[in-house]
Design a protein around this ligand. Structure first.
Ligand code: AMP
Ligand code: ZN
Length: 432
């Protein structure tokens, strides 16, 4: 079978891939040891300890807590003045993790994203609209430079403002868009209620990602817009988007193994799960020079899809992300930990002991409602004071989690606490 590809690396067979991985892993060990974190963590390891790809298992893991502890620059393998870009994991204003890139890192990242987009059928000459938020979140600039690298006319539309998005899509005959799945469905509702139909657009492909979604949601997007939708997975610690991407077979996301080592481990034993079974995805970056990460525990649950893909590429495929090993919530593409909410609530004097985060969906838009118990002495107060308090809490939460939740004040002891352990999150969204 002949593969329609963008870069030679896509054609490597298993043996060639593993050989390249070993070479690159060895050089990453040497490079990583120049950072404060790995100079300690990898003290006992030499490049020569890696003889074959199985030897990656000898190396220690890296976690998000490590990144936080060594924030901001403890993972840098080169002087800060050689870095040209910084990003951060979305929504982590409380306990940030910073990711740095050299000029070469940005270059290799753009190549990886361009390969992904090409694999999903995007071509030079396409008109591409990026509906991701630009800023610290990597889905903006990361996808942007990949699209330009591919030679697509790239429109950095950013997030929100549906009317303007629709105008851009129409005026520039946009053929490919990058959009989070829940927003895609909302956007379609706005299109529909404006009296427009898919025929009024030139769309062919949607690249959807940044948040968990089911096969049913993909099908809905495809049917409504009459396009193909491809899943895109990434995380800032591994550059950002361009880590896992579906090919036109739509049967799992390929991970470029010349750039990443893929492991799927049992999160409790940290041993590999049998081929095809679900576990935690652990990734090692092989081409990053500013801040390579070794055996990074993503906390994302998935499985390797066994066998070779019909597209002919050898590069491993992972299933859609099936959940998390921690309690991280992904809402509108933003990562939120319940503890961030708790920290804010407990800093407000009127707030009592209990709270409950309810995640809901209306017209395909995800929302967060926070039910907050108020101390008795404040609950007596008049309506206006309570409304003011609601707004104050919503505002403080927004500062921390970047999303404005609906706040509902309730009486002391009115949130059920049946099992001893307080339930903090109820997820009523259908696509999770
Ligand atoms: P960030 O580093 O802020 O870009 O967030 C990365 C996290 O977003 C990942 O670890 C996943 O939990 C989630 N994520 C990204 N892409 C997808 C996707 N296609 N499906 C499900 N979850 C995703
Ligand atoms: Zn494939």
């Amino acid at each position: 079978m002949s593969i329609d590809y963008l870069h030679e690396e896509e054609l490597l067979d298993r043996e060639e891939l593993n050989k390249l991985q070993v070479e690159r892993l060895r050089s990453r060990i040497d490079a990583a040891k120049k950072s404060r974190f790995y100079s300690l963590r990898l003290q006992a390891f030499q490049a020569e300890d890696i003889q074959n790809i199985e030897d990656v298992k000898k190396l220690p893991f890296t976690t998000k807590d490590d990144l936080r502890e060594y924030y901001p620059d403890g993972f840098l393998c080169r002087p800060m003045n050689e870095m040209v870009r910084m990003h951060a994991s979305s929504g982590t204003t409380g306990s940030p993790t910073a990711i740095f890139y050299t000029g070469k890192d940005l270059d290799t990242w753009a190549d990886l994203v361009a390969r992904c987009m090409y694999m999903a059928g995007v071509r030079e000459g396409d008109v591409f609209q990026n509906l991701s938020g630009y800023g610290l979140f990597t889905g903006g600039l990361g996808i942007h430079y990949g699209a330009e690298r591919l030679g697509a006319l790239t429109i950095p539309a950013g997030a929100g403002n549906s009317k303007r998005q629709i105008k851009l899509l129409q005026d520039f005959r946009v053929s490919v868009m990058h959009i989070i799945p829940s927003y895609a469905l909302h956007l379609f509702n706005v299109i529909h209620s404006s009296g427009l139909t898919p025929q009024d657009f030139n769309l062919r492909i949607a690249l959807i990602g940044a948040e968990p979604h089911s096969e049913e949601i993909r099908q809905l997007i495809q049917e409504k817009f009459r396009i193909k939708a491809y899943n895109s997975y990434g995380l800032s610690e591994m550059n950002g988007p361009g880590v896992g991407f579906e090919c036109t077979e739509q049967n799992g996301m390929h991970i470029w193994e010349d750039a990443y080592i893929v492991e799927v481990l049992d999160p409790s034993t940290l041993e590999p799960v049998p081929n095809g079974e679900i576990g935690e995805l652990v990734l090692t970056s092989l081409t990053r020079e500013g801040m390579p990460l070794i055996r990074y525990r993503t906390k994302d649950l998935t499985r390797i899809i066994p066998g070779k893909c019909n597209c002919g590429r050898e590069h491993a495929r992972i299933d859609r992300i099936l959940g998390r090993t921690d309690d991280m919530i992904i809402l509108k593409g933003v990562n939120i930990y319940p503890l961030q909410v708790e920290k804010v609530l407990m800093g407000i004097p009127e707030v009592g002991q209990n709270y409950l985060i309810v995640l809901e969906q209306q017209d395909y838009i995800d929302n967060m409602r926070v039910r907050v118990e108020i101390k008795d002495e404040y609950f007596e107060e008049d309506m206006r004071a309570l409304k003011g308090l609601e707004q104050k809490i919503a505002h403080s939460l927004r500062e921390e989690i970047l999303i404005t939740p609906k706040v509902e004040l309730v009486e002391h002891n009115s949130i059920a606490n049946n099992h001893g352990k307080a339930e903090r999150v109820v997820d009523n969204r259908s696509c999770q």
